[in-house]
Write a protein that binds this ligand. Sequence first.
Ligand code: ADP
Ligand code: MG
Length: 396
Amino acid sequence: MTVERDYEPSPFSPGYGRRPLVFGGHETDLAELTDVFETLDFGESQSVLVSGLRGSGKTSLLSVLQDAARNRGWLVISDDASAGLMDRVMETAIPSLLQQLDQGTRARLTGLGIWQLNAQWEYVDRHREVRPLLRRDLVALSDVLAEHHPPAGVLITIDEVSSGKVRLRELSRFALEISHAIAEGANVMVVFAGIRLDLEALVEQEHTTFLRRSRELDFRRLSPPETRHVLAETIRIGGKRVDDDALALLVSISQGYPYLVQLAGDFAWRSSGSGPSITLADARAAQSRAITAVERRVISRVYQDLSEKDREFVAAMALDESRTKIADIVERMGVSDQYVQVYKKRLIESGYVQSDGRGYVTFSLPYLGDYIRSMNSESGPDAGRDDWQQYPPPKS
Ligand SMILES: Nc1ncnc2c1ncn2[C@@H]1O[C@H](COP(=O)(O)OP(=O)(O)O)[C@@H](O)[C@H]1O
Ligand SMILES: [Mg+2]
C-alpha cells in the first residue's frame, strides 16, 4: 500500500546530531580545514577543539568534516568520548578501516607486522609479539595513505568530551597516542568537540599539552544573514517559497541559535501544510511551539550543564527582564565583587552570558533568562504542560 502525500516532507532537521540540509556560517574555518584534506599542509589545524553550548552545531560540523575527508580519500575514525574509547578504536574502528583498503595495501600493512591478516587479507588479530599501540597503527595507516593518489591522511573526531575524572584519564591516554603519531609525522587531524569547560579540563591533563596549540572553534550563534540564508535555502531546496515578512519573523524567533533555527523552520513548514509558501501566519504559528520545544530539548539541558554556583549567578541575573547590573548580582548573591567577577568570566567564556555595556551582563543564549524565570516561579517550567495534577490517584 502506498500512502498518498499531498505535501512535501519537512526539509528541516531539528534534533541533536541531525545534520542540517544547509549548514550555515563557519565558512572560513570549514574552508581552511577542508583544504588540509587536499594539501596535507596542516598548519595550525593538526588538532582542533570545537566548543559551544548544546545545540550550537558541534556534532553537525564533525559530520561535515567527516564527509569532506572521505571525499578526499581520507580514512575517518569517529567516536564519542565514552568509556572504552581506546578499545573501540583499536578493536573495531581500525580493523574496519583496513577492510576499506585495497588488497595490495593491506598486504603491505601486514608486512609491517602490526596486523595479522588471513589468506583473504582480512583482519584476524593483533600480532601478539608487538604490543598494540594506537600510535603505530596511525603511523602505518598514514604511511600507506601518503602513497595514494591523491595522498590522504586520517581524520579522528571525538565528540562529547566530558570532564569526568575517569573519562579524562582515558581521553588523555588516547590523546597522548595521537600526539606521538603526529610527532612521528603522521598525517593525522584530530578534532575534539564538547562544551568549553570540558575541553579546558582536557587540555589541562598531563599528556595533552600539545592540544594548547590547537585551532579553536567556538560556536555561538549564527549571524542574522547566515540565519536568513539557512532558513531561505532550506525552504527553497525543500520545494516551497517563503514570504519576506515570514522569513524576517523566523529569523527573529530563532535568534541564530542553530537548533532553534531548525525548530522554527520545521514548525513553520508543517503549519503551511500543502500550501506552496510559508506565510506570516505560519511563522506566527511556529513561534510559541518552537520556543517551548527549545526550552525542553535544549535550554533545560544547557542549564543542567551549569554548576551550582553558575546557577546562582544566572538566577540572580534572571530577576531582570533585560540586562543586569554586575553590582546588583553582587548584592543579590551576597558575595564579594571579586567572586562575582570570576563567575562572570567563566560564564562569558563558555557562552552563556555576554557583557552588555560597562558593568552590565545579559544572557547570550536566547530564552535562557525566560527559562530560569519560569523555573524559579512557583510552578516550574512544565506547569500546565505535563500536568499530573489532572490525573489524581484513585482514592483507596
Ligand atoms: N551551522 C548550522 N546551520 C544550520 N543548522 C545547524 C547548524 N549546526 C547545527 N544545526 C542544527 O542544530 C541542531 C543541533 O546540532 P548539533 O550538531 O547536534 O549541535 P551540538 O552537537 O552542538 O549539540 C540540529 O538540529 C542541526 O541540524
Ligand atoms: Mg553534539
